[in-house]
Design a binder for this molecule. Sequence first.
Ligand code: ADP
Ligand code: MG
Length: 293
Amino acid sequence: MNKTTPEDELNCGACGYGTCRRHAVAVYQGIAEETMCLPFVIEKLSTTVGDLEDSHRSLESTKEALVKSEKLASMGQLAAGIAHEVNNPLGILLLQANILLEEIDSSAPMADDLKLIVDQANRCKKIISGLLNFARQSRVVRQPTDMVELARDTLRTMPIDENIMVRVESTMADPIAEVDADQMVQVLTNLVSNAQQAMPDGGALIIRLSDTPDEVTFMVTDTGVGIPRENMDKLFDPFFTTKQVGKGTGLGLAVTHGIVKMHRGQITVESNADPGAGPTETTFIVTLPRHEL
Ligand code: ADP
Ligand code: MG
């Protein structure tokens, strides 16, 4: 009955026994219940209430996460629908404009206009393919992949500014994970190019890899401008971008989120955008199960 010291023994008599000890003896003999002790029941109730509060809180946050992923999923369906519809006419437009461009004299006044049409149509194509990527219901093709090698290879294929210092750090006990390598390259490419764009005046970009027997984690850190608190909730929404028109499509993180979720992983972000609170920086953390669950 949670009575360990003599002071705990209130001997209040509420249980019907003269003393706590008598009650305890009766419980031991099997002729009384410990729940007959009022202080004990109250204590038990208060821990139950605490447990209930905890599970309520975790339910709330699960619900929030569900609503979020539901929103992204329905956006994905819509996006896929639009993308498919627009893709064909866009292809025809591009084809015809290219044919016209070849047919007319390159010095003709119309040539520049036609080039503009081709450029802009190409831009649309890029947006559409990003959308299809985001909405892609394609399956994850898992293959044993060396995550450290994948990180190094991805960086090697990317044009990195000279004033940015790049580093890959690994504390992985086992670098091999069963992931879709192509999709992981896409995730890293998106995170690294965002990191770069956040450091127009240079800085440091670090990819840290770590693992447990069941999970692999990579963190992409940059010493860039950081992400203001008010943007944190919108980062993974398709088309959310703070970049100039023509620079960003706002699809990178939406696609990244989709890929990580398809791997049954987690993606989180920590950032400081306030120089007053310390150096500004951003870290994206991706955790993936090492094997298919
Ligand atoms: P895009 O890069 O086309 O804008 P993303 O989905 O990749 O789209 O990113 C969305 C937005 O998230 C960016 O416009 C930017 O405001 C913010 N963001 C993403 N990564 C970083 C980062 N490393 N540092 C600062 N801001 C970032
Ligand atoms: Mg981006």
